[in-house]
Design a protein. Structure first.
Length: 115
């Protein structure tokens, strides 16, 4: 990393110590689970706080945030719709429970319909 990477040091108080070395705090990544069939994913539908619009939520993923984002991207592509990954949950716009469950099972995950 460059010494002049100022964006990563926003909010840091200035130091007059010439020997001061700024260290970034790094997030601890969860261990990657090799066997996908050990993960029990729950695919549910939600309408709360969304003005009546339906979204499909995939909960219960264990693994790194990068792997979660990749899985979310794959599911959004398979469904042909938008979505996001927030708070360790994959949110897909629309009611795609059956399609998501079949795609997750093809990928080797254990998926269950939530509601």
């Amino acid at each position: 990393m460059s010494q002049n990477d100022w964006k990563s040091r926003l909010g840091v108080v200035f130091s007059t110590n010439p020997n001061f070395g700024y260290e970034n705090e790094q997030e601890e990544e969860q261990e990657e689970i090799v066997a996908n069939d050990k993960q029990k994913l729950i695919v549910a539908i939600d309408r709360r706080n969304r003005r009546g619009k339906q979204v499909t939520i995939v909960k219960g993923f264990k693994g790194s945030t990068h792997a979660l984002e990749e899985l979310g991207k794959t599911l959004k592509t398979k469904c042909g719709t938008g979505g996001s990954v927030k708070e360790r949950e994959i949110i897909i716009q629309g009611d795609f429970r059956d399609k998501i469950i079949s795609n997750l099972e093809k990928m080797g995950y254990s998926a269950k319909r939530g509601n």
